[in-house]
Design a protein around this ligand. Structure first.
Ligand SMILES: CCOC(=O)[C@H]1CN(C(=O)c2ccc(F)c(F)c2)CC(C)(C)c2c1[nH]c1ccccc21
Length: 232
């Protein structure tokens, strides 16, 4: 049985990414606001767009801390951000949603999200994804690295130097693989399960594009940053 060992450099890399990931949390107050009072669907939607807008800002700040990201071609940096924003939002949503909340809060939150004008056909796959992420009981290092791996996906639209992105992503995948083996020794397939979630994430982001179309129809307003990043 080969001895899996995280090297000093990989340890340092993981610390930089995890610290950045924890530093750049979206303000919990938006989720709290959603929990506090009973709002109309419009007010829920507004809160969610506020949450999404701040998450994009957080994502940009977090990405700057990924070692090697800022040495990529500038336009490729934008293409990676734009291409991963929705997936990163759902990953973060899943983490917020599956966080231990006082009993009954998760149900209230789920209810509020259901009452924000999202059609039922998207709600089910979305909550299934949240549950499947929750079941993984990821440690924060795994959450940070999984988001990093998602951002560093080489085959996003308009990425010119895919090899450069691939090299970076492979570096992160190697650390994540070792971490999974060390964190979940009794589950040799854990790393594979984690990567399987990234496939589910892509499906969700396709649903999201359709969701946006239905919101546009009921003339829902988005912030300029969301219009930019969500192509609405
Ligand atoms: C981390 C940033 O995430 C978001 O901003 C998501 C939040 N989403 C959640 O399910 C969710 C998870 C946990 C919570 F605590 C919570 F409050 C919401 C998903 C979605 C409903 C699809 C959405 C978001 N923003 C929007 C803006 C407009 C329309 C729809 C959304």
């Amino acid at each position: 049985k080969e001895k899996v060992e995280i090297t000093k450099e990989q340890q340092a890399l993981m610390k930089i990414i995890t610290d950045a990931y924890n530093r750049h949390q979206i303000p919990q107050d938006v989720a709290k606001k959603l929990l506090q009072d009973q709002y109309s669907a419009e007010e829920n939607f507004l809160l969610l767009t506020e949450m999404a807008t701040s998450q994009v800002q957080v994502l940009v700040e977090f990405t700057k801390n990924i070692p090697g990201f800022l040495s990529l071609d500038r336009e490729d940096q934008i293409a990676l951000l734009k291409g991963s924003a929705v997936e990163a939002m759902f990953l973060r949503s899943a983490q917020v949603f599956s966080r231990k909340m006082p009993s009954g809060h998760t149900e209230v939150l789920e209810e509020r999200i259901r009452k924000s004008g999202i059609s039922e056909e998207f709600i089910t796959p979305m909550f299934n994804f949240y549950k499947s992420i929750g079941e993984l009981h990821m440690v924060q290092e795994e959450q940070a690295l999984l988001t990093t791996v998602t951002i560093l996906t080489p085959d996003r639209p308009y990425v010119k130097d895919q090899q450069a992105v691939e090299r970076l992503q492979e570096t992160m995948l190697d650390v994540l693989r070792k971490l999974c083996v060390l964190q979940h020794p009794q589950e040799p397939q854990y790393f594979a399960r984690l990567l399987g979630r990234l496939t589910e994430l892509r499906t969700l982001s396709h649903y999201h594009t359709e969701m946006l179309a239905s919101w546009r129809m009921n003339d829902h307003k988005f912030t300029p940053l969301l219009c930019e990043i969500w192509d609405v």
